[in-house]
Design a protein around this ligand. Structure first.
Ligand code: TYD
Length: 138
């Protein structure tokens, strides 16, 4: 996978005088079967999350509240996307280095994944990631 495989999707948004409603469906807006959902919140100013790659896991990230930057790196190129609207979702396929930072106050990151939690799926050392990428192991 390369940074060209990430996708920023505008999600349905139903606005009316009572407020707004957005939604996602698996195998539709989210291009996989959802096995796990987690959320990141209460991130202190200046802290970042992620800083790893997944071997098998693909994810879909929504900034439900606030804003943050997602940086994707495929070993050759890097791309940073700011998520700051709850009706956008970012699809990140497996095999890419990812970092999330610049969290605004009260930011809430909702993440859907196509795997159950498995620490063995993480590559946490950037040089190891580059080697794996070179060898076609990720
Ligand atoms: P971690 O993956 O290090 O967070 P980040 O990707 O933001 O750097 O996860 C933090 C902790 O939460 C770690 O102890 C593992 C645990 N965790 C789960 O138990 N289940 C999960 O689905 C996730 C994503 C993390």
């Amino acid at each position: 996978m390369t940074i060209n495989d990430i996708k920023l999707l505008e999600l349905p948004c139903h606005r009316d005088p009572r407020g707004s409603l957005s939604f996602v469906e698996q195998n539709n807006h989210i291009p996989f079967e959802i096995k796990r959902t987690y959320w990141i919140y209460d991130v202190p100013g200046g802290k970042d999350r992620g800083g790893h790659a997944y071997i098998k896991t693909s994810e879909f990230i929504i900034a439900l509240a606030g804003a943050f930057d997602v940086t994707i790196d495929d070993g050759k190129d890097k791309h940073t996307i700011t998520l700051n609207r709850s009706y956008y979702g970012l699809y990140i396929p497996n095999g890419l280095w990812r970092k999330i930072d610049n969290f605004s106050s009260a930011a809430l990151a909702l993440e859907f994944a196509d795997t159950l939690y498995d620490r063995n799926d993480y590559v946490e050392d950037y040089n190891e990631y580059l080697m794996m990428k070179l060898n076609g192991e990720i």
